[in-house]
Design a protein around this ligand. Structure first.
Ligand SMILES: [Zn+2]
Length: 740
């Protein structure tokens, strides 16, 4: 080892040692604490039961080698067990960051921890253990529907165990709820009623209700499975053989309508991060955090795909995070944070800005970057081949056609006489074409229907000519019907799109269709996609990708291209560089050095919640959330007018928020956020006093003009004191340019 390598090596080793020590503490906890052990046993039982149930409904035989955790999952659980249940553990304030390749089973690792925590809380406090225990957040709506169903099965499995032993595990069902934007699920009972009326009219079940079949037995839902009225909504299963079915009266322990979730906060709340902006607007949202009930407060917050919480979304999210954290602390809870990420570059700074916490990466990287003990680089696997392609004479609209046609046609020419022809065609058939914008997807679609088709025909004709001249010598009749079929498919490919413009339901259908192998009618030839595929697309049969235009960031390039070649078939990534795009040319010129070390080029994620611009956008919302949701004193819509600066209860909340922001604020900005909060408190107090003097009511969000408004929409900034976001999605406002 060289001299300058010794110190980093010691650092790496000491992190690994810490992980080992924590794992051993996890084992010791299970050995010494009978309640923790029982909770762990229940969590394992629930996990096993849902895996077996899953195989039963898929009519798959049980795993021959039995069901088991992956070493990484079990090790992760052992590392975090103690700090998840013990408030005073040294690692309680440390964010445990899972850094593991996609497909490694991160979701099951979180879910295992969640059911453990729910079981532990029920066992330690059967009377107060209900309500929301854990909050799990995603960034993409598409992911959430799929993840919701996955998580639902595990929660259902634990609920079945509870029903056998309500004396120890409490009378309240173990349940799960999905809290996302109105575009995905109904916010009110009335909206749910309207959606279900649509089904009665003969429409397919609306995707807003998320579940189309029973998560436990798989029975397909029709209108009878959605029980809805002006005052309630729940799912029922009518399958008499289902553990949750029968007479169709008993509600399934899951819900997706906001009003139902506020009425009965679910044990596990799954949401998208942007939804947390609703905490400022919705008086009832605070009920998830233990308000208005004797139940304990949630203690676990999980953030999936942390590296996506970046840029403007990440910065604004940082301030809402400060509010959420403060809210939980006001209930006497120091929440445990867990997150997962695809890149750990600058993660330390990101975690500090967002969560005001230190971080511990799991599994800690080893001395060799190819071996963290739990994950090793598999050098025997062929991996992925990257090919750069530049057509210097063709414009960006023309350059795709020759490449795409050759890629469509290539497998046929290469494998036509091969004994394993069909297997090889299946391996290389479906191509995913990545684009940097929606507009580019549209252009490619046109190109596939015109230029690509013409190119494919030309290739086909050339091949026919060649075959006929060769056939004189040794191939009397080589063209079978099947091959003609293949040739015509290359010229008339079956194309689908995966973009944010399609509904979540349509995209889910396309994801399913991508699983269909070559030779079936549904097999897709071409999928045109935006960066929607860079997370969440996990179809093992895909091996060919065309990257049409260099993605903006290296992280996205890596994420996207690693969607192909995930199984036995080596991946082939063809990057189509555009001659007029400077980024394209520079990547083309430095193709080899870039690809040989591209993880080094991943741009650090940047979040800056405490800059003036971001504070201006969201700091008041954080203040409102803490004041409004921590207890009932200023919760109701009309209570905004009772806000008083000097009120001791208000002072405590403000001080807690200031302290939390300090932990995340960069040292060179120290104190600026505190000053800003004090300023906002003054504005609110003045507005309340002013309204009182005018004998006007001040509401957070008045329904009509009879009261003044504290919060208002950004579109209508004059309507209230503070323009406030409804969702963190629309954080970037458009600039208005006026000509002189
Ligand atoms: Zn069922």
């Amino acid at each position: 080892m060289k001299d300058d390598e010794v110190e980093p090596a010691y650092r790496i080793r000491s992190r690994m040692k810490t992980a080992v020590v924590r794992m051993k503490q996890g084992v010791a906890l299970l050995a010494s604490d009978t309640v923790a052990f029982e909770a762990f046993r229940l969590a394992n039982q629930a996990m096993l039961n849902q895996m077996q149930q899953q195989d039963r409904i898929r009519r798959k035989a049980s795993h021959r080698e039995g069901y088991q955790w992956r070493p990484f999952q079990l090790a992760f659980l052992l590392v975090v067990l103690e700090s998840t249940i013990r408030d005073d553990d040294d690692f309680r304030e440390v964010l445990d960051l899972i850094w593991f390749p996609t497909g490694g089973g991160k979701t099951e690792a979180y879910l295992g921890l969640i059911v453990f925590l729910i079981a532990w809380r029920r066992l330690t406090c059967p009377n107060r253990g209900g309500g929301t225990v854990a909050v799990m957040r995603y960034t993409l709506r598409l992911l959430t529907s799929q993840q919701f169903v996955r998580a639902t099965r595990i929660i259902f499995a634990l609920e079945l165990l509870r029903r056998k032993d309500p004396g120890r595990l409490g009378r309240e069902p173990v349940s799960i709820g999905m809290w996302v934007g109105r575009a995905s699920t109904p916010n009110t009972f009335q909206q749910a009623v309207d959606q279900i009326q649509g089904i009665r009219g003969g429409a397919a079940p609306p995707n807003g209700l998320v579940l189309e079949s029973c998560p436990w037995c798989g029975a397909t839902f029709d209108e009878c499975n959605y029980q809805s009225s002006e005052t309630g909504f729940h799912f029922v299963c009518t399958n008499p053989t289902c553990a949750f079915g029968g007479n169709g009266q008993a509600p399934l322990p899951c819900n997706v309508v906001d009003e139902a979730l506020y009425a009965h906060p679910p044990s596990l709340l799954i949401g998208t991060i942007d939804k947390f902006a609703r905490l400022a607007w919705e008086s009832r949202a605070g009920r998830f955090f233990g308000r208005d009930s004797d139940n304990l407060t949630p203690t676990l917050v999980i953030q999936d795909e942390l590296h996506l919480i970046t840029g403007p979304l990440g910065s604004v999210a940082g301030l809402y995070e400060a509010a959420l954290d403060t809210l939980l602390q006001m209930h006497g809870v120091r929440p445990k944070y867990i997150a997962s990420t695809a890149t750990i570059r600058m993660a330390k700074e990101q975690v500090r800005s967002l969560y005001g916490r230190e971080l511990a990466v799991f599994p800690p990287p080893g001395l060799s970057c190819d071996d963290s003990y739990f994950a090793r680089t598999d050098c025997r696997r062929p991996g992925r081949l990257y090919v750069g392609y530049l057509a210097p004479k063709l414009g960006s609209r023309q350059c795709l056609a020759p490449l795409a046609a050759t890629t469509l046609f290539g497998p046929q020419v290469l494998f036509e006489d091969h004994v394993e022809r069909n297997a090889l065609l299946e391996a290389w058939w479906t191509q995913v074409v990545y684009h940097t914008s929606l507009r580019a997807v549209g252009e490619s679609h046109t190109s596939y229907l015109t230029d690509v088709r013409d190119w494919a025909r030309r290739l086909s004709n050339e091949k026919k000519d060649r075959d006929s001249s060769e056939s004189v010598v040794h191939k009397p009749e080589s063209t079978s019907e099947g091959q003609n079929g293949v040739a015509s498919r290359a010229a008339n490919p079956q194309i689908a799109q995966l973009t944010s413009r399609a509904t979540a339901k349509d995209n889910a259908a396309t994801f399913n269709q991508l699983e269909r192998p070559f030779g079936t009618d549904e097999c897709l030839d071409v999928v045109l996609a935006t960066n929607m595929v860079s997370v969440g697309l996990d179809v093992s049969r895909l091996a060919v990708m065309l990257v049409n235009g260099q993605p903006l960031t290296t992280a996205e390039y890596i994420q996207t291209s690693s969607r192909v070649g995930r199984a036995e078939v080596p991946g082939l990534v063809l990057v189509n560089y555009h001659r007029h795009q400077a980024r394209s040319l520079s990547h083309y010129e430095s193709f080899r050095p870039f690809h040989e070390s591209f993880f080094r080029f991943v741009a650090p994620t940047s979040v800056t919640p405490y800059t003036y611009q971001v504070r201006l956008r969201a700091l008041h919302a954080a203040l409102v959330i803490v004041i409004r949701q921590a207890d009932t004193s200023l919760n109701g819509n009309a209570k905004a007018g009772e806000f008083k600066q000097g009120d001791p209860g208000v002072q405590v909340k403000i001080e807690a928020l200031i302290q939390r922001c300090k932990r995340a604020e960069p040292t060179d900005k120290a104190g600026q956020t505190a000053d800003h909060i004090t300023q906002l408190v003054g504005q609110w107090s003045d507005e309340a006093a002013h309204c009182q003097a005018q004998k006007r009511a001040l509401h957070y969000n008045p329904s009509d003009r009879s009261a003044n408004a504290l919060l208002c929409d950004h579109e209508n900034p004059e309507a209230g004191l503070w323009p406030t976001l409804h969702s963190m999605r629309n954080v970037e406002s458009t600039a208005v340019l006026k000509g002189a």
